[in-house]
Design a protein. Structure first.
Length: 158
């Protein structure tokens, strides 16, 4: 199957790798030959002030690597740590042509394109996927998983 882009970028913390994360990843691999996955560094996670503890970078990286291996995607993936929302896409030599984001993170992609414009760089195409709902129709999130409301597949636990 012909891909639309040579290189696609996605970013995230990827803690408690869940159905929503997997949908985002699979969309990126569907439209890109190579997917650069920017995973939030421990430093970046600390700056985000998330409402829950987040697994260390290396633990999240191992879990992501397992997913990529299970789906035979490792050879098409390049995982990099990122320390901010820009994750290297403001560099003039960035090979990324498009970003895959969820509706929740779309504003970040718009901010990236504004910064790229100010730097005289072309806009990246932004591909937005819908948030993945749980059984009770609220969106799946790591926060809800950490609270014990749902599991990683979106099944209601409480």
């Amino acid at each position: 199957m012909q891909k639309k882009f040579r290189t696609v970028g996605i970013g995230g913390t990827f803690d408690e790798l869940h159905k929503g994360h997997r949908a985002l990843l699979m969309k990126a691999f569907e439209i890109g030959d190579l997917v650069i996955i920017g995973m939030s560094s421990d430093k970046f996670v600390e700056e985000m002030s998330k409402p829950h503890l987040t697994a260390p970078f290396m633990q999240r990286l191992r879990e992501l690597g397992k997913f990529l291996n299970e789906h035979d995607l490792s050879r098409r993936a390049h995982v990099i740590p990122i320390d901010d929302i820009y994750g290297g896409v403001l560099l003039t030599d960035s090979p990324i042509e498009a970003l895959v984001v969820s509706k929740e993170t779309e504003p970040g992609a718009m901010e990236i394109n504004k910064r790229r414009e100010k730097l005289g760089l072309p806009h990246l195409e932004v591909v937005v996927i819908d948030m993945v709902p749980s059984e009770n129709h609220a969106f799946i999130s790591t926060t809800r998983i950490k609270r014990g409301e749902i599991d990683r597949e979106g099944h209601v636990l409480t």
